[in-house]
Write a protein that binds this ligand. Structure first.
Ligand code: NAP
Length: 306
């Protein structure tokens, strides 16, 4: 794989940024990668583990002269970070982000992008429940989708280059409109996370009654909810606050279905339950056939397959 950008700046040095750094290095996609994180502790860790060619003490220093700037901070912090770096962005540079919500990020970042700088929002559909600079690994994006969400007037060459970077990091790349992205992600990621958080919360209340039985027998299904519910609280708070409409729409539908199943249980309608579970089982098969998970009985959640 050949070099796509001369200089890349990663702003925020958590799971996604650190995985990007290792994936960029694996394939030689950039000449130099600079990095910045808000806390001194994260910058020190980054320096200790060799995360980034150069770790800078300010975002502006990291961004100066960069051909690609990647905003890797929580969705709620994107606007503030974009305003901070705006004065030093190089003409002709591309600014992108990895945020899990797109409409909000576009509204928060776009006003800070000067003419002559390209803004191309993006979202890699890959992650784990871990966060921070030490949680990243080069294989995170392998065979996972990355969605590019170009805004009006996005430059075709700049899009093609960003696509080449994500493909070089192992991703499959698609383009999508921001509102559609936010609805699709509400179904595939945001609502499932909220449901997992709720289920774990319910079990936590129950634990006071059943002592440690909830933990002891967790492999019966609960364990898989806890993995999702261990995800970063800041990131997920921001996702729900900024993808409010789509998430509420999906949760409304979810509640209706839940009530229907609740009634089927109450009235002993086994046929309805059986048909419903048969339909949902087929969806799992589709995900495995599409290479987005393995058929292993532990759900195949190895390092590169979160
Ligand atoms: P992370 O591991 O928690 O790292 C977040 C980074 O952002 C840290 O370096 C943190 O700095 C910095 N940061 C936090 N608040 C900030 C603020 N107000 N101003 C400046 N910097 C701030 O997060 P992540 O999982 O890499 O997620 C980063 C982005 O990727 C989020 O927008 C998220 O929605 C998106 N995303 C996440 C996943 C996932 O599964 N995790 C998947 C796809 C996309 P300190 O360490 O100094 O506090």
């Amino acid at each position: 794989m050949s070099q796509v950008y001369d200089r890349v700046a990663l702003i925020g040095l958590g799971l996604i940024a650190s995985s990007m750094f290792w994936a960029i290095k694996r394939a030689g996609l950039a000449g130099e990668v600079t990095g910045y994180a808000r806390s001194e502790a994260t910058r020190d860790t980054a320096r200790r583990i060799g995360l980034c060619d150069r770790v800078c003490d300010t975002a502006q220093e990291a961004v100066e002269g960069a051909d690609l700037v990647v905003l890797c901070v929580p969705v709620g912090a994107m606007g503030e970070v974009a305003a901070d770096i705006a004065p030093v962005l190089k003409p002709g540079a591309t600014v992108t982000d990895v945020g899990s919500v797109k409409r909000h990020v576009i509204e928060a970042v776009s006003p800070n992008i000067a003419d002559g700088v390209h803004f191309i929002p993006a979202h890699p559909l890959a992650g784990t429940e871990h966060s921070g600079p030490e949680s990243g690994f080069a294989e995170l994006f392998d065979n996972r989708w990355c969605l590019l969400v170009p805004v009006e007037g996005s430059d075709m060459d700049a899009i093609a280059r960003l696509r080449a970077l994500w493909e070089g990091m192992g991703s499959n790349v698609d383009e999508m409109d921001a509102d559609h992205h936010d609805l699709v992600l509400a179904v595939t990621s945001h609502a499932p996370h909220l449901i997992a958080y709720t289920m774990v919360g319910v079990a936590d209340d129950l634990r006071r009654v059943t002592d440690t039985e909830v933990i002891k027998y967790s492999a019966a299904g609960f364990r898989d909810f806890t993995r999702i519910a261990a995800s970063d609280p800041t990131m997920w708070r921001d996702v729900f606050l900024t993808n409010k409409d789509a998430t509420l729409e999906i949760l409304g539908r979810f509640t209706e279905e839940l009530f229907a199943l609740q009634r089927a249980i109450r009235t002993g309608d086994g046929e309805q339950l059986f048909d419903y579970f048969t339909r949902t089982r087929a969806i799992r098969r589709g995900i495995i056939d599409a290479g987005q998970d393995t058929d292993a009985p532990d759900f195949g959640r190895g390092k590169a397959n979160p």
